[in-house]
Each structure stands twice: as C-alpha cells, then as structure tokens.
Design a protein around this ligand. Structure first.
Ligand SMILES: [Zn+2]
Length: 400
C-alpha cells in the first residue's frame, strides 16, 4: 500500500485529505466526526481513507481493555465501577488509535458483539461472557465502511446500529445475546464511509435518508483532469513500481511522524477553540434563510469551520472556513438547486451587504469585519456549478 504522505493530491481529492485529517483531529479531541466519500470507482477514495491508518496518533487506555477505556473516564462493564486506586493498579498502555473495517456483508454479532466462545468452552473455568464487536472495539477511533449504500440496502439491522452509534456524540451500542443480560455501552467512534452513487443500489440519501444525514460531511470525489496527475497515478498503480518503492525500508516514517505530531497539536487546539459569535449568527441565518431541515448540518458547519481553520494553521476562524464547508455539509442534505442558490447568494451579494448585513452595527463589529473578511475570503466565487455539483451528465459528457 502506498504510504499516506506519498498519495497524489490534486484539486478533486484535496477535500477528502482535509476531511480525513479533520476527523482524526476531532476523534483525538474526543468528538467524533462522521465523513462519507462518494465518487466513481478508481478515484482513490478508499485508498486515501485506508492509508490514513499511517498517521493515526496514539491513545492511552486501561491496560488490556478491549473496549479502550480511557483511564480518566472508564466506561466499559469491567472498569466503569472501579475506584481510582483499582484502575491505577491495573496500569495503562498506549495503543494506536483504532481503525476497524465493517464489510457490507458483516453480521450483527461481528459488528455489535456476541458470546465469547473461547471463554464458554474453557475446560477449566467455562464462563458465558460477551465479546464486544468491531464498533465497541473501535471506541475513540475510526470505523470504516466501504460501499455503505449496499450495507444500508441489504442490512437494516446494522443500519439501525449505526443510527444509534452516530445519533449523538458520543453514541451508544447495545450488545445482546440470548441468555445474557443486555449490555449498553457508550461509543465515541468516527464513522468513515465510501460509496459509488452511480452503482447499485444508488446514492445513500435515497436508500436511507436518515443514515445519510448522520454524516457530518460528504465529499464528492472528482476525477483528476490533468495529464501529469493521471500519468503519475498510472505509475503508482503499476504493480512493479509499487513493490519496488514501498517495501518497509523505503517508507520514510519520519514524514508520517510529522503528520502525527501535527494531529496531536491540532487536537489540543481544537479542545480549546471556538468560533466568534458573528460567524455563528451567520450560520444561523443561512439555516433560516434557506429553510434547512437538519440541525446536524449547521452543527457540522460550525465544527467543520473550526477544524478547517486549525489544520490550515490559523488561530482564528474566518468566513471562508465557513463557506468552504457549505458544499461538504449540504451535498447530501439539500437538492442541487438549493445548494447552488446558497453558494451564489454568498457570492453575489458580497459579504458586506449580504446575509451578514453589518451596516447598522456598532463600530466594534466593523473592526471585526475588516479583520475577518479579507479580499480573498470568497473562494466559491470562482467555482463553476459543474465543479461543485456533479451530475451524471457532467461526469460522462460523451454519453448521450
Ligand atoms: Zn474497560
């Protein structure tokens, strides 16, 4: 596998690199951020998501706890009632932030949990105990689901589990097994998903709208359109080149290390960061003015803008951090016309006379305005509709 730092970045996939980084930062800070990459086969969405394992930071857990209990806030059935002294005696250990994958044919027992057969069949001391599944074991980390649209179509039980896990931050999961008491555990897991909306059974928002809305952001992966980038991708995909380049000795882990260090730093910044009130008002006005239905959408706009400003190395949130989030947060939640109208609205009215209407405010706010809205604050202005909203026609222009 190509290491994360070596993956080719171009305009069409830059947003996914950003979202993946933002989600890791947010997870480390204790707040899950659910992201979904949509796009045609071959655009590299799953490659980027899986390669992000390289840059996952370490977390500290109670030694040997399969539920990844935070020593400062244990939550699992074995540790939640222990005293501070008892936990100290157990000790702690550092592990890599978990990254586990659910396949679209997974079973409920694998995902949520099942009876621990090894314990049950132990000759000396047989005992019926629950073995947590992939989701509780990914607590404080990431769960990746490729082809989420197929999973949602064929497995309503697992979809319901995901709805619970992603319903609140943190979410929860129930582990049930006949004859054993039901265990309900807290889970703080960022769900990453990928799908191709042009393949069966179609886009997730049409199969299970509720699940689609649980994703904070959706990134539509564009196709690379430069000859240089395409030939570089071809080179990377050539098997010979891969095996020659990426055996263990040639991977420069110092580059991954630098990214891991940045992530740890950004997570500590995120825990303290906030957004100025006038930007929060701006988001609230977008919600009302455009009749948005989902409160999750504007919550995602807020946390996304803060995270974006942090990974770009700024110490305050700008309006372009907010407008940058509009297509990512709304792609799966509003129809294309509404989104284009919103983007044009932000564009054409300009910031001064637009939704913000600072005209009648006091001088203090005008100072904030000058500081927060530099001339380059409108990146969406130069983007054509076809770059933001991909339709079947724009993706395959030659087919009639
Ligand atoms: Zn525990």
């Amino acid at each position: 596998m190509i290491p994360f730092y070596k993956l080719e970045r171009y305009e069409g996939n830059e947003s996914l690199f950003e979202l993946v980084t933002m989600s890791i930062v947010s997870s480390l800070a204790g707040e899950p951020l659910h992201i979904h990459a949509e796009g045609l086969r071959g655009t590299g969405k799953t490659t980027i998501m899986r390669a992000a394992k390289d840059i996952l930071p370490k977390i500290t857990r109670i030694k040997g706890c399969i539920y990844n209990c935070d020593p400062a806030a244990p939550h699992c059935p074995h540790h939640k009632n222990l005293t501070r002294e008892e936990i100290l005696q157990l000790g702690t250990e550092e592990i890599q932030m978990p990254f586990l994958e659910i396949s679209h044919s997974a079973k409920v027992g694998t995902v949520a949990g099942s009876v621990d057969l090894a314990r049950l069949t132990d000759v000396i001391n047989p005992e019926a105990r629950l073995l947590p599944g992939l989701i509780p074991q990914a607590h404080r980390g990431i769960i990746f689901i490729d082809e989420i649209n197929r999973l949602a179509d064929t497995s309503p039980e697992i979809t319901d589990i995901l709805l619970d896990v992603m319903g609140n931050k943190p979410g929860h999961i129930q582990i049930e097994e006949a004859g054993l008491p039901v265990v309900d555990v807290k889970v703080s897991v960022s769900v990453w998903a990928a799908s191709n909306p042009d393949e069966d059974p179609g886009p997730l928002e049409e199969i299970r709208r509720q699940l689609s809305d649980r994703f904070d952001m959706v990134c539509f992966m564009g196709r690379p359109n430069s000859v240089d980038i395409l030939s570089q991708m071809l080179k990377e995909n050539s098997h010979q080149w891969k095996t020659k380049q990426y055996n263990k000795e040639t991977i420069d882990d110092s580059k991954n290390n630098t990214m891991r260090k940045d992530i740890v730093l950004w997570a500590s910044k995120y825990q303290k960061a906030d957004m100025p009130d006038f930007l929060r008002n701006y988001i609230a006005r977008l919600y009302i003015k455009n009749n948005l239905e989902s409160i999750r959408a504007i919550e995602a706009m807020q946390s996304g803008a803060i995270l974006h400003s942090i990974i770009k190395g700024r110490d305050k949130v700008l309006i372009n951090d907010v407008t940058h989030m509009i297509p990512l947060v709304l792609k799966h939640r509003v129809d294309n016309d509404t989104m284009v109208r919103m983007i044009n609205d932000v564009d054409s009215k300009g910031v001064k006379d637009g939704i913000l209407s600072f005209k009648n405010r006091k001088k203090k706010d005008n100072e904030a305005e000058a500081e927060y809205f530099p001339h380059n604050a409108m990146p969406l202005k130069d983007i054509r509709r076809s770059d933001l909203v991909n339709t079947e026609k724009s993706l395959t222009p030659n087919e009639v």
